[in-house]
Design a protein around this ligand. Structure first.
Ligand code: ADP
Length: 493
């Protein structure tokens, strides 16, 4: 099947979150399953042209954006370790900026122009190259216009006669909302501005546009696919998702097993695998723990439980619960904490003051470091992720692959991956972590205490949890098979 995947982020070229991992790894697996797949993303300033062997494709276009004609070029390269072609839409005025979507907590005011341009550039490029895709796989609001354009503006092009569209929702909270005036920017007829199509409470919603016009919709875990049809997690789109529930499914993301494998990871102090005696523990992992303690300026003591957190400092990730519970534990309980993250300045300040107060117990890095993220996943005993909502979540899967026991709130993909340790699940050997339901400090506190209790007093059982998590297949191969089926289903529609 000839597939085009369009995304605003793709590893290794441009990444702020999990979307980039999906867009950069899934295509490699789908290629293995026999699909001819190409990727489109914007050519941001930060994409290293030299490093990635990016060159001109010879294709250029002029696109009507409101009353302006905007020119752009298409660059090209290939996805590492694959034949997957990668096309990058170059438009310096739109994409030569320090960040992808906004600055100082504010979205760029011309995001509608930028991503309208991107969506149209994908279609114009395909026409110029004479490529007639069977399927265009869109991702999130940045590509939500493509399904609408195909049905309404480009439906006369022979290239797209048989093209079907799929949109993957990675996070429903980011919707691409714009004032009505931006309708003119998109070139969509004003008649679509109604609540059944592109309007969302008086605004233009590019995510809703994608959901309404795409042939199929999926999100990144089965539980999240159910949750977003209800008001609590539906972000106001529950009605339209309910209406399209026959075309909405959930497929759990995978992890890049080439990158995230403790047995081969070159970033670790020592490599280790799931092959260890649960009565003795995992010596390779312990070496990683000591190295991590040293790197974070904490006491090198293998017996002190070490709790890691990596991720965006955003309210979604449960920081309103983590901060007070962490402070309480820092004051009263023998455990070390290591946090790596960046985001909301108010969380930066609160974490900094905690670190100043408890320098011997909290290692803090405010920033983005893939290398350090690997070492935290490998060296920690536990990983905390009490998200308010979590479409899929990658970090809990990285943790389990690295023998780090996750403590999570039972929502979205966290509910689909973490099996809470109870008498039954421990007996059946299915337990791989700790989870709780209520989004409260009390529930989080209880879960962390249960984990510490097991770590401190029932070490062989703890080691069994570690091993169960490490042995499960978290790779993309499993998810790619489900995407393969979904693609077939979409094209048959
Ligand atoms: P989300 O997509 O909501 O940010 P996920 O858990 O799905 O959350 O994916 C986050 C990805 O970004 C993971 O690969 C994680 O390791 C990475 N990540 C997030 N923050 C940082 C950071 N500060 N440093 C390094 N990696 C980070």
């Amino acid at each position: 099947m000839r597939v085009i995947l369009a995304s605003s982020e793709v590893v290794p070229f441009a990444k702020t979150g999990g979307l980039a991992d999906v867009a950069g790894v899934l295509p490699r697996e789908l290629e293995q399953l026999g699909h001819e797949i190409s990727i489109f993303l914007p050519a941001y300033q930060s994409v290293d042209r030299k490093l990635h062997g990016i060159k001109s494709s010879g294709i250029s276009f002029e696109i009507q954006i409101g009353d302006r004609l905007v020119a752009g070029n298409l660059l090209e390269t290939v996805l590492p370790e694959s034949q997957v072609k990668v096309f990058l839409v170059e438009q310096p005025g739109y994409f030569n900026r320090d960040t992808f979507y906004g600055q100082a907590g504010k979205d760029f005011s011309d995001n509608c122009e930028r991503f309208t341009f991107f969506c149209r550039a994908v279609l114009e490029s395909l026409i110029q190259m004479g490529i007639a895709p069977d399927l265009i796989h869109c991702n999130d609001w940045q590509t939500g216009l493509i399904p609408a354009f195909l049905k309404k503006n480009y439906n006369h092009h022979s290239c797209f006669e048989a093209t079907r569209t799929l949109i993957t929702i990675h996070n429903l909270a980011y919707q691409g909302l714009f004032d009505y005036e931006k309708m003119a920017v998109t070139g969509m007829s004003a008649e679509y501005f109604n609540w059944r199509q592109v309007e969302f409470f008086g605004k233009l919603s590019l995510l809703k546009t994608g959901i309404v016009f795409a042939d199929m919709i999926n999100t990144v875990s089965p539980t999240y696919a159910r949750e977003i049809r209800e008001p609590e997690q539906g972000c106001g789109l529950e009605g339209v998702l309910q209406e399209r529930s026959g075309q909405l499914i959930g497929i759990l993301n995978g992890i890049d097993a080439a990158d995230w494998n403790p047995a081969t990871d070159p970033l670790l102090e020592e490599n280790f695998s799931s092959d260890f005696d649960i009565r003795v523990g995992n010596p390779g992992k312990l070496a990683c723990k000591q190295a991590l303690q040293k790197e974070a300026n904490l006491k090198q003591d293998t017996e002190t439980p070490l709790i890691g957190i990596v991720g965006r400092l955003a309210s979604q990730k449960g920081w309103s619960l983590i901060l007070p519970v962490m402070e309480e534990f820092l004051e009263n309980i023998n455990a070390q904490w290591i946090v790596l993250g960046t985001g909301d300045p108010s969380y930066h300040h609160q974490l900094e003051s905690l670190q100043q107060k408890y320098p011997n117990k909290l290692g803090l890095t405010l920033g983005f470091s893939n290398e350090f993220a690997h070492r935290i996943e490998a060296g920690s005993d536990m990983f905390l992720m009490p998200s308010q909502y979590e479409p899929c979540g990658l970090n809990q899967m990285y943790s389990m692959a690295y023998g780090t026991v996750p403590i999570v709130r039972r929502t979205g993909g966290l509910a689909d991956t973490v099996v809470n340790a109870t008498h039954e699940t421990c007996e059946y050997g299915t337990a791989n972590g700790f989870s709780f339901d209520e989004f409260t400090e009390e529930a989080l506190r209880t879960a962390v205490k249960s984990a510490l209790q097991m770590y401190n007093h029932y070490r062989p059982l703890w080691n069994q949890l570690m091993q169960t998590g490490m042995k499960r297949d978290w790779s993309w191969r499993r998810s790619a098979k489900q995407y393969d089926e979904l693609y077939r289903r979409t094209v048959q529609r």
